[in-house]
Design a protein around this ligand. Structure first.
Ligand code: HEC
Ligand code: HEC
Ligand code: HEC
Length: 464
């Protein structure tokens, strides 16, 4: 009896070893759709080879899987890793764009620097799957190459040349039409855009209040209260789409919506346009831009407001000046806050010049996040899902920009937070991927908050 038990154990151990041993010889199958992707440089080709050998099995849609992925227990485990893995980072999509996805590139950098990938269960079965130092270097070289080419303007000092956070450019990167900006400025501040002439865009996005209203929820016509926090208009031209759920594709598209929103400006475009047409001075400026006989149209009003908003870039915060090489711009604590911001994976989602706005993201466990907020989620909290009806998008929000935070309180899409220390804790506990999470001391939180509070820039040369 005893001997039988030993034999069974031995067989199980041999069987258990057989898989990793076979895996040493037989490479993971890779789909042709990945293998045949063209590469743009030698570095990219080298990076692709590494991803192909060690990563795509869990990081592409419909990957090639080894035969044992169909065995009962292995099957569900492996498929879960693939579903989770590709949801958070899609290597095939990244290579199709030759790396030009600022968030995905920052996530790759972070997982390589922290040594989190591949995940442990995979390493148990694939003993040769750890990244060698040379492979790590190659992947980081690709990250830096892509970042230099696509996401920097040579403004940062050499020390921060390939840092994931970059200084804001001094102005909107494309030329703006100054007459349109002037008209857009007037319209943005014009209460005639609301049904009862009481509310302008500036009522909820005050340029003297960081481009927000500094309230949890905005107040529209007839004192109606909204149900989601008003984000800043500053630097909003850098967002990949507008609104927390991204339902407007750009600023012009966005500018049409509050005008007709019943709880915001509650107007009808025909009435608004008729009111504006009676204003001769304004109509003269309008016709200089849109043609001598041009009638007022909603599309042109939106176009002018969008042009004005693009100009609302707020460069030259102390953090920007530090990134550009002015060592005295930040205190030692604030400078440490900036390093910690990268070390704690904040700079993956809050990446680039505006520090966010490049992707939609969700907490890893939405139930736990809303429990921490002390309430049950409602429709507004479904975020991106409300636009796409795609279950994977439920609870995803457009990542907010972390600039001028000293002025844009309260925080989060529900405006529930007034203390940035709390927000940083919530981010660490619910948004930083579990595998990336490192202990975050109170002193670390304070340093990050100190840095964020010093990230207030200038508008047209004047401090905000
Ligand atoms: C066996 C499956 C598996 C393999 C192989 C694997 N990963 Fe992952 N990867 C995952 C899972 C699961 C997650 C989600 C982890 C989490 O939620 O914390 C993930 C997360 C990631 C992320 C997102 C991290 C972030 O900051 O958001 C990146 C980037 C990544 N992996 C890169 C890689 C690279 C590079 C390799 C190859 C060296 C690799 N992975 C190999 C399963 C895998
Ligand atoms: C009654 C308050 C109110 C008024 C008036 C208002 N907004 Fe907003 N604005 C909001 C709220 C609240 C949101 C967020 C709504 C959401 O995401 O669902 C928002 C979102 C935006 C955004 C998106 C920013 C981002 O990061 O996604 C822009 C840009 C913007 N508004 C510009 C304007 C313009 C231009 C006008 C005038 C035509 C205007 N707003 C009028 C409250 C207001
Ligand atoms: C996986 C992506 C992701 C990571 C990682 C992440 N954030 Fe966020 N951050 C978000 C999203 C999405 C929101 C908006 C959440 C909401 O409103 O419900 C947000 C909101 C914030 C806000 C509030 C901004 C405002 O105007 O309301 C701050 C501050 C912030 N994050 C800081 C951090 C810090 C510090 C870290 C690192 C510890 C971090 N974030 C890591 C995605 C991320």
């Amino acid at each position: 009896m005893k001997r039988r038990a030993w034999v069974i154990i031995l067989v199980l151990v041999l069987l258990g070893l057989a898989f990793p041993l076979i895996n040493l010889i037989v490479p993971v199958p890779v789909r042709d759709s990945f293998r045949s992707l063209p590469t743009a440089s030698a570095t990219e080709a080298a990076a692709k080879a590494i991803l192909e050998a060690k990563c795509v099995m869990c990081h592409m849609q419909d990957p090639g899987l080894p035969w044992y992925a169909n065995l009962p227990i292995a099957s569900s485990l492996i498929r879960r890793h693939v579903t989770d893995g590709v949801a958070i980072w899609d290597a095939q999509r990244l290579l199709e764009k030759h790396g030009a996805d600022e968030v995905a590139i920052a996530k790759l950098e972070q997982s390589v620097e922290l040594g989190t990938m591949p995940i442990l269960p995979y390493l148990a079965m694939h003993w040769n799957a750890t990244l060698s130092t040379a492979e790590q270097r190659t992947l980081l070289e690709w990250v830096h190459e892509v970042r230099r080419q696509n996401f920097t303007r040579g403004l940062a000092s050499p020390e921060f040349a390939v840092f994931p956070v970059q200084p804001l450019p001094p102005r909107w990167p494309e030329p703006l039409n100054p007459r349109k900006v002037e008209l857009g400025d007037k319209l943005y501040h014009d209460k005639r855009l609301s049904g009862d002439d009481t509310i302008s865009c500036a009522s909820c996005h005050d340029l003297a209040k960081g481009g927000t209203d500094q309230r949890q929820f905005s107040v529209g016509v007839r004192n109606q209260l909204g149900s989601i926090n008003s984000p800043t208009v500053f630097n909003s031209g850098f967002n990949l789409a507008q609104f927390w759920d991204g339902r407007a594709k750009d600023l012009a598209d966005q500018a049409g919506q509050p005008v007709v929103n019943p709880i915001e400006m509650d107007a009808k475009w025909d009435d608004v346009l008729a009111k504006l047409a009676k204003d001769e001075t304004l109509t003269a400026i309008y016709r200089e831009i849109y043609g001598a006989d041009a009638a007022w149209t909603a599309a042109n009003v939106q176009d002018a407001i969008a042009e004005f908003e693009k100009g609302l870039v707020t460069p030259d915060s102390p953090v920007d000046r530090y990134l550009k090489g002015d060592r005295a711009a930040l205190t030692a604590t604030e400078a440490r806050g900036l390093e910690l911001f990268k070390a704690h994976s904040c700079a993956t989602c809050h990446v680039g010049e505006p520090m966010g706005g490049r992707s939609f993201e969700k907490p890893h466990n939405p139930a736990a996040f809303f429990k921490a907020l002390g309430r049950a989620p409602q429709k507004d909290d479904f975020g991106r899902f409300n636009v796409t009806q795609n279950e994977a998008d439920r609870f995803k929000m457009k990542v907010p920009l972390l600039r001028n935070l000293a002025l844009t309180f309260p925080y989060l899409h529900d405006g529930s937070q007034t203390d940035l220390r709390n927000v940083v804790r919530l981010m660490h506990d619910h948004f930083v991927p579990r595998l990336n999470r490192r202990p975050l001391s109170d002193a670390d939180v304070d340093a990050i908050v100190a840095m964020l509070k010093r990230n207030t820039g200038t508008l047209n040369g004047r401090p905000l």
